[in-house]
Design a protein. Sequence first.
Length: 437
Amino acid sequence: MRASLILLLSLLSGTIYAQETGYQKEVTVRQVTRFDWIFAVSNQSRSEAPAEWLDGYDSTQQRYECYLPPASKTVRKPGAKSQAKSKQGSVAASDGQPLILFISAGDQPAGWGQLQSLCEQQGIVFASPYDAGNNTPMPKRVRIVLDVLDDLRQRQAIDPDRTYLAGFSGGGRTACGIGFALPELFGGVIPVCAGGDLRDESWLRHRVMDRLSVAMITGTEDFNLSEVSRFRGPMLSEMGVRSQVTVVSKMGHGIPDSKTFAKVYEWLESGVADRRKLAVSRPATRIAGNAAPTREEWAKLLLAEGQSQLQKPHTQYAGLMLIQGTMQRWPDLPEAEEAKKTLLEYEGKTEHPWEADDIAEQRKFLIARARALSDYATGDLPDQYAKQRGAMLEAAINLWTMIVEDAQDAKAVADGKKRVPELKKRLEKEGDSAKSE
């Protein structure tokens, strides 16, 4: 089955158009993205998006800033290999050059001034869209980013294991939203002065934990420092996502210099080998080369991977979540009906060993969020977020109360019993302060 999946993914590749190398201030997208942009702003992959989501947007008028390094400038990380072999001898090879796609917070592209030297030295493709800032509605913003990504992949050989979606402020939150929804297109996410939540779908959280590297950057003077360093970063790490937080001294809410990006890029690249190994055993975790599976093709791939995972006891829960994800993501396709039959079959079994894994995962995420939210709510907050402290404290109290009542994780229960009185005391103080204003 693994061999057939690899063959199918390779057959989905298309022609790569030749493109002039070097820096170009404006490049125009050639066609509508083939990627599932709708799923990045929805919980289903519809065949068509509501008309109001795009409001007359024309993909072929979309522009982006671009740098394409000459082939001779492509630099491979010292010691890295272009191929990763499994025990069975299968190969997951590099598909081309690395890419940093940067989402601006404003209507003009951003990031090139800070990333130019790194991209030129390391042979990294760079792109940043026009008109994709914080004032752009999210569905249109996501569509623009994926229009640009698909256009780049058709112009240049791009390696999905080394494709990094970056963004500043609201652009960083958008990068997380897209990356966490479509991890098969990326190797990592670089949110600058921002962060984001994992999706609710269990199989997607697994995908992110298995594949993506998340490199958060903030500054000591950034008003989002607390959110990134005390909340988003620790929560992702405890959930099992490969992540790190870089805090830049004396930097405010802005984009860091090339030296910071160079260190972050080195860390992201250190995860390439693992991403390639994963693609050997589970090829549907990445969309390789210039491939762009249709809804029908992608549903088949995910269903097949889920069925394969069911064959091993230690991956049975992950397999069921993939199958459930297939049913929920494409409810109008035949694969959804097949997925439903499989789920009912397993539900009808006498023993449900996967239920323990389900509960354990929910508990893990609950504890991670409780710890991170407590630390965020009880520390220093910038003025623009101070009024939210009360709501955050209440949410943290509710989370810890559930953990204590669950009474399964002794360490977390002890932590909860200690924290709840402290949080309630802080909440009461917060209420008194509000009354005095």
